[in-house]
Design a protein around this ligand. Structure first.
Ligand code: PLP
Length: 260
């Protein structure tokens, strides 16, 4: 069973962050460990409060996990601030991991910031070059590049190529924010070229933690597959099922989580 470490924030509501990651790892046959970067007081109605963990204590959690259990893949989610971003860059240098999935989390669906604005540059300069795969949505890609949000797939693809040039080994551009009709298209951009992955849009008012769950699925599956291409296809298939089952779960009065 692959060992996967998630370095991310806690969602007390259980739908996103560390909680979503561990449920996803479990669903996809991986052993999950965690290093918590921030506590959020959160439910399906939104984020009520955030408390970042001291970077030294984030480091201590990573050391504890990686010096004993180890990790076949690492997923980075909410990193809260530049101090934690730099700490994680050192951790990734000190413990080489074959697969590092960086979910470039910046703002929660409800609008609450999950990364300080002044930490975006640190994320771009220190973590992008250490990532095997980054998974930006369109607003995150635009923020990393200091450009306007892509308005069509052509612009999305070009931005993916520019993010690749910044040092990530592969980029999964998530096109969910594009106003396409019946499908949602993502592009996987790497040195080997660009591949389009389309999935039918799922009609649900839920979907909290979708991004967290996708990046966790990618980290859980990559050690069990031969390429990112296969991994992305299988992770997206699994996520479509989790999203389609969200209405059955029906947790809370707001935007409920996907069904892991
Ligand atoms: N809370 C935490 C701790 C997260 O890591 C994330 C996403 O990465 C969110 C909340 C946001 O989830 P959503 O935008 O799906 O509401």
């Amino acid at each position: 069973m692959p060992r996967v470490l998630t370095i991310a924030g806690s969602d007390s509501g259980g739908g996103a962050g560390i909680q979503a990651d561990l449920k996803t790892f479990c669903a996809l046959g991986a052993y999950g460990a965690s290093a918590i970067t921030a506590l959020t007081a959160q439910n399906t109605l939104g984020v009520q409060a955030v408390q970042a963990v001291d970077p030294a204590f984030v480091r201590a959690q990573c050391d504890s996990v990686l010096s004993d259990i180890g990790a076949d893949a690492v997923k980075c989610g909410m990193l809260a601030n530049a101090g934690i971003v730099r700490t994680i860059a050192r951790v990734l240098d000190d413990y080489a991991s074959r697969h590092v999935v960086l979910d470039t989390v910046m703002i929660a669906k409800g609008g609450h910031p999950l990364l300080d604005a002044d930490a975006v540059a640190a994320l771009r300069d220190e973590l992008l070059p250490r990532a095997s795969l980054i998974t930006p949505n369109l607003p995150e890609a635009a923020a990393l590049l200091g450009e306007a949000v892509a308005a069509d797939e052509e612009a999305m693809l070009r931005q993916g190529e520019r993010l690749l040039a910044l040092g990530a080994r592969a980029v999964l551009m998530k096109g969910g924010h594009l106003a396409l009709s019946a499908e949602s298209a993502d592009w996987l951009v790497s040195a080997e070229g660009a591949l389009r992955f389309a999935a039918p849009r799922v009609a649900t008012r839920h979907g909290h933690g979708t991004g967290c769950s996708l990046s966790a699925a990618l980290a859980a599956l990559r050690p069990q597959r031969d390429s990112w291409q296969e991994t992305v296809a299988d992770a997206k298939r699994w996520l479509s099922g989790a999203l389609a089952a969200a209405d059955r779960l029906d947790v809370g009065r707001g935007t409920g989580p996907v069904h892991h």
